[in-house]
Write a protein that binds this ligand. Structure first.
Ligand code: ATP
Ligand code: PAU
Ligand code: K
Length: 268
């Protein structure tokens, strides 16, 4: 397979991967695109014509220069229809839809990010598998040993919980995740720490409950975290529950991209 780009459109931002065949070369994140860019996408003839906004400032673009004279296919997994729509104009855009995902038991409104992540995790580590995606929303998505969706759960993610508390109350500030540098005191003595304590300890308790319930069903199954807050939440889970340290639980940011690769391989 030749070079291609994977684009995961989440509710907070865009996640990009440049593939050379089956290998990920580099990944980066960018903000959502504005509608003004639609025209520019329609007129793209080569990689070099793509809007600068889709390249990260810290991406070493000289690495991409061998691709500059061609138009790269972009495989898109989106859970944000208005952002997907912008790409309709791009001649090599391929929107991945749920009906061709090689998993069974999928329900029609399942998020494509969840389907691809659980597919990617299962292909890499074996089925059954559980994915915990700590993004804008926090999701649990499991598949059994027959590659059949077991189901999962959706709740507000870490930032969204902090943000909505700040927005819907008069006296509470909106805490942002970079402010959370370490585990807060559970019995906090100031407002900021009290919010952090409430959100983080209940989030970790919920995650622990789902993880335990999953391992009761599938004792040897791999569990994978992904998403912008995945690394932090797994760290906290491990520090509060050292008994999980030796279990099959890990952080892997590229699960959805691995799922895209498996999806493409399923047509070959
Ligand atoms: N540089 C960053 N920019 C934005 N969010 C970040 C950054 N680093 C960590 N985060 C955290 O990542 C979270 C968003 O996660 P992610 O980027 O995986 O979500 P998403 O893919 O846009 O959303 P979803 O997949 O849930 O629709 C934010 O809530 C924030 O706490
Ligand atoms: C839950 C989110 C927002 C997580 O990105 C996404 O997967 C989505 O929009 N899902 C649709 C609903 C569902 O998965 O049941
Ligand atoms: K919505």
């Amino acid at each position: 397979m030749e070079a291609w780009l994977g684009l995961e459109i989440g509710n907070s931002r865009l996640h990009w991967a440049w593939f050379a065949g089956e290998e990920i070369q580099v990944t980066w994140d960018t903000p959502h695109l504005s509608r003004l860019i639609e025209q520019q996408l329609a007129q793209c003839k080569t990689f070099a014509d793509l809007p600068q906004e889709i390249l990260s400032p810290d991406l070493n673009t000289s690495r991409l220069s061998p691709l500059a004279s061609r138009l790269l296919p972009i495989y898109i997994a989106s859970v944000v229809p208005s952002q997907t729509a912008l790409w309709q104009a791009y001649p090599e855009a391929h929107v991945i839809s749920l009906d061709k995902i090689p998993l069974s038991g999928i329900y029609s409104t399942l998020g494509i990010d969840r389907a691809l992540a659980v597919l990617g995790a299962g292909e890499a580590f074996g089925f059954p598998v559980l994915v915990i995606d700590a993004g804008t929303a926090l999701t649990f998505t499991g598949a059994d040993g027959d590659r059949c969706l077991v189901g999962g759960a959706i709740l507000s993610g870490l930032s969204l919980q902090l943000q909505s508390l700040g927005q819907k109350t008069a006296n509470l500030p909106s805490i942002t995740t970079p402010e959370i540098l370490s585990l807060p005191e559970r019995w906090a003595m100031n407002t900021s720490e009290a919010i952090q304590s409430g959100v983080i300890y209940t989030l970790i308790a919920s995650i622990r409950d789902f993880v335990t319930a999953w391992w009761e069903k599938f004792p040897d199954s791999q569990i994978c975290f992904k998403g912008g807050d995945g690394k932090l939440l797994l760290e906290y889970l491990r520090s509060l529950h050292p008994e999980f340290t030796d279990r099959k639980i890990m952080y892997e940011p590229n699960l959805t991209f691995w799922g895209m690769r498996s999806y493409l391989q399923s047509f070959q």
